[in-house]
Write a protein of this length. Structure first.
Length: 101
């Protein structure tokens, strides 16, 4: 398979959350590959997945602004639209409840 990414991804198995609708909606996901530019996630169903959202990586507490690039039945590829922020950052107050989810 030809590699088309500018930045290689690292294989991981991390718990994640897809956060959208101004942090009122949260979907569980598994992060399988990640780089500074994007990630591949596994999810129960990509049906209804919004085009833009935040990807929360639970183990690190990082919150990535993300954009949907491709989707399959239970898998999706996302690009990050900026650097991650920390869930503990006071500027992320609307996401503070994710620490307990």
């Amino acid at each position: 398979m030809e590699e088309r990414r500018k930045v290689s991804r690292h294989r991981v198995l991390k718990e994640g959350k897809i956060v959208y609708a101004d942090a009122m909606r949260v979907l569980d996901c598994t992060i399988r590959d990640i780089s500074e530019a994007g990630a591949r996630i596994l999810i129960a169903s990509t049906l209804g997945l919004p085009d833009t959202f935040h990807l929360y990586e639970k183990s690190s507490g990082r919150l990535y602004p993300a954009r949907l690039i491709w989707r399959r039945a239970n898998m999706a590829g996302v690009a990050f639209d900026g650097p991650p922020t920390d869930i503990h950052d006071p500027n992320n107050r609307r996401f503070a409840r994710l620490r307990f989810v």
